[in-house]
Design a protein around this ligand. Structure first.
Ligand code: MRU
Length: 348
């Protein structure tokens, strides 16, 4: 059964049904989003998360945000569109798919200056739908290109959630794992729980078990030992933003995994669609890293686990250097070695 992460309902005057991922795995509640503020909040609060899924939600958020001016003048519609695009861009800073989707809608609207508001609004919905369906196709292509890299593995380790919940299709890294597990049902998958918000425990394990994959949950701090014990022969993760030189930002803990892979001579793969590459940034130093609330660490899921007023540092992402990445898996194929020249050659 495909997981209904998000679905647009109706025409351009419709709404977005969105699965509230903060409640998983114990509750599956679908939110009916009818305001752009609701979409912004859903992205900010990680009700929808994962780089490609954020881009899709934001695109539909633009359609919702422009509904109030659908019947208005061209001038007011375009002013509203600009306001909505700028507003959604403030929801989360790291995943470039958000800005990629918003820029795509902005560029499309700029190229259609003669269109009346209703027609332009309809075109915005068409483009949002295209962003969603293209992402689905990119997931399938990544799975196809990436699965052979895991062919000889008995075990593979992954971090965070990069599956159907994080994309419009089967996922990025997790789609590769699904395809590899289909080819080799004996493949064992180790999922980091992914502190502090437990995307690995709550979401990745949920997806893997639903698909009947042989999956085992570990604490993040166990990854080194799992490698030392030779339980895994590869690590594969997704990305939120990849710079021109191949440095890849992903969920906090990814940098550490890349270092551990080097230390244990294990390949470290990053799977991401072309919409996750930011070729305007020379390297990972310039990738903005989201800082999140201290309560995510001190009161995770409602229970206080640190003293009152405990100082906290809570970066949501880190950057794995290109030199630690064995290969990038994209919808256009596998990029190896990971450097600016090979990335530009593959992505054009
Ligand atoms: O904070 P999140 O849950 O949005 O972080 C998600 C990740 O880090 C994923 O690994 C990344 O977006 C790749 S998803 C296909």
């Amino acid at each position: 059964m495909p997981i209904p992460t998000q679905s647009w309902r109706g025409d351009a005057t419709g709404h977005l049904d969105l699965l509230d991922q903060t409640l998983l795995p114990t509750e599956t509640r679908v939110l009916e989003l009818t305001t752009v503020e609701g979409v912004w909040e859903a992205i900010k609060a990680l009700r929808v998360r994962g780089a490609p899924a954020i881009g899709v939600a934001a695109a539909y958020g633009v359609v919702i945000g422009c509904q109030t001016e659908r019947g208005g003048s061209a001038e007011r519609f375009r002013a509203r569109l600009s306001e909505v695009l700028d507003y959604l861009a403030t929801s989360r800073p790291t995943a470039v798919n958000l800005f990629w989707a918003l820029d795509r809608l902005r560029a499309m609207a700029n190229g259609l200056q003669d269109l009346a508001p209703t027609a332009l609004h309809d075109r915005l919905l068409e483009e949002a739908r295209a962003i969603e369906s293209e992402d689905r196709a990119m997931c399938a292509a990544m799975a196809e290109h990436g699965a052979p890299l895991l062919a000889g593995c008995e075990g593979v380790l992954t971090h965070c959630n990069t599956g159907a919940l994080a994309t419009a299709g089967d996922g990025t890294a997790l789609a590769v794992i699904f395809a590899a597990a289909k080819a080799n049902p004996l493949l064992k998958v180790y999922a980091d729980e992914t502190r502090p918000l437990l995307q690995g425990a709550r979401l990745t394990m949920w997806e893997l078990l639903q698909r009947g994959v042989d999956a085992t949950l570990i604490c993040d701090s166990m990854a080194a030992w799992v490698m030392k014990e030779r339980r895994v022969q590869a690590v594969i993760v997704g990305a939120d933003r990849i710079a021109a030189n191949g440095d890849a930002a992903n969920k906090i803990g990814t940098y550490g995994l890349s270092v551990l892979c080097k230390a244990h001579s294990i390949p470290f793969y990053v799977a991401a669609p072309s919409s996750t590459f930011d070729l305007t940034l020379a390297d990972g130093e310039q990738i903005p890293i989201e800082q999140r609330r201290s309560e995510e660490i001190t009161q995770g899921f409602g229970k206080q686990t640190a003293p009152d007023n405990c100082p906290v540092y809570n970066p949501a992402f880190d950057v794995a250097p290109a030199t630690n990445i064995t290969a990038l898996i994209t919808e256009r194929g596998v990029i190896q070695p990971v450097n600016e020249a090979s990335i530009r050659r593959a992505l054009g």
